[in-house]
Design a protein around this ligand. Structure first.
Ligand code: AKB
Length: 340
């Protein structure tokens, strides 16, 4: 009686835009979206239902449970690191309580239709907490089990939700008379800074990269809020979307862990600036370091070790630094702001 669908939360955000385009292109899923903001008009024809509401509203999730049969969830809704530092309790409510609501929703879906619900969850390099720059430089490419000491509310939220997902997948109500775990097939990628050519950055601390490019393309001066030597891993948004889809499709038996690093390239802010100046020679890009946001980015790894994702479910980013800029970011962003 219930319509089988894929549920995407946070669908109006940076990742959601690309994910909806790709899944609609594939055409093999009926999409239902949930976001506190209206779904952008250009995406609405690609989805079956665009619900405006919050993941913290259990009544909305109950209504979705009653109407739709969900086998796959992409849970993208989150308040990112910078925004979360201005409203830490709101970040906890959305990022943790909202995610707990979604995990409980997935559990109930699995109990009603009898199949595991694949729950794809984007975590972040924000779960890492390198104690100082010397340790960050020595650590190089950080593995999933290293330096898990986040210094932002967002990073704390993401790390705790990784554990929540593992609990639902393996240990849920383990003292019950009947086994109830296993209804939620939790799968998580820890994203680096994602750079989209299509959507504008929204409240992240890795946003200096996309902000710099978009400002140059608009002919606006930009003061980068981190030092020139600042290095963290990044990824072009299309590769982030492909990673979510590939992880969702991976055969259960091929996955030997629940949380995976994924990376593509790890430039310094100055290397990004140089690439932007190559494309926009008149761009005015200065540095005005925000020491507090700098401290957040300095706690994140210079790069990540992602061999497990590559070997267990075939993660393979299409874009390296040069092609991300040359073939995706610069041409798409330039076209976006080209004056008619
Ligand atoms: C942020 O900057 O908060 C996010 C992230 C790195 O997860 N883009």
């Amino acid at each position: 009686m219930r319509k089988p669908v894929v549920l995407i939360t946070g669908a109006s955000g940076e990742i959601g835009h690309g994910l909806i385009e790709r899944l609609a292109e594939e055409g093999s899923h009926t999409l239902v979206t949930l976001d506190v903001r209206e779904l952008p008009a250009e995406l609405k024809p690609k989805v079956h239902r665009a619900i405006v509401g919050s993941i913290v509203d259990k009544a909305i999730l109950d209504r979705i449970l009653a109407e739709f049969e969900v086998d796959l969830i992409f849970h993208l809704a989150a308040l990112l690191s910078t925004r979360g530092e201005f409203t830490p309790l709101a970040a906890h409510q959305v990022n943790v309580e909202g995610t707990l609501n979604l995990l409980e929703f997935a559990q109930r879906q699995g109990e009603t239709h009898g199949r595991p619900v694949v729950f794809v969850y984007p975590s972040s390099i924000a779960v890492y907490g390198l104690p100082d720059l010397a340790t960050k430089a020595a650590a190089g490419r950080v593995a999933e089990e290293q330096f898990l000491a986040p210094i932002t509310m967002y990073g704390c939220n993401k790390l705790y939700c990784e554990h929540l997902g593992r609990y639902y997948a393996r240990h849920y109500r383990q003292l019950a008379a009947e086994p109830l775990a296993g209804k939620v097939d939790f799968r998580c990628v820890r994203f680096p800074g994602l750079i989209s050519a299509v959507t504008l950055p929204s409240g992240g601390t890795s946003d200096f990269a996309p902000e710099m490019i978009h400002a140059a393309a608009k002919g606006e001066a930009y003061a980068c809020f981190v030092r020139p030597d600042t290095q963290i891993p990044f990824m072009a948004m299309p590769d982030g979307v492909e990673a979510l889809i590939a992880l969702a499709k991976a055969p259960r038996e091929s996955l030997r862990q629940t949380v995976y690093n994924v990376g593509a390239f790890a430039p310094t802010a100055e290397e990004i600036r140089n690439l932007v100046l190559e494309a926009f020679p008149h761009a005015q890009i200065s540095y005005k370091v925000d020491t507090k946001r700098q401290a957040i980015v300095d706690s994140w790894p210079a790069d990540v070790e992602d061999a497990a994702a590559r070997s267990q479910w075939g993660f393979a980013p299409q874009f390296d630094l040069a092609s991300a800029f040359g073939n995706y970011l610069i041409p798409t962003i330039r076209a976006r702001y080209r004056k008619p």
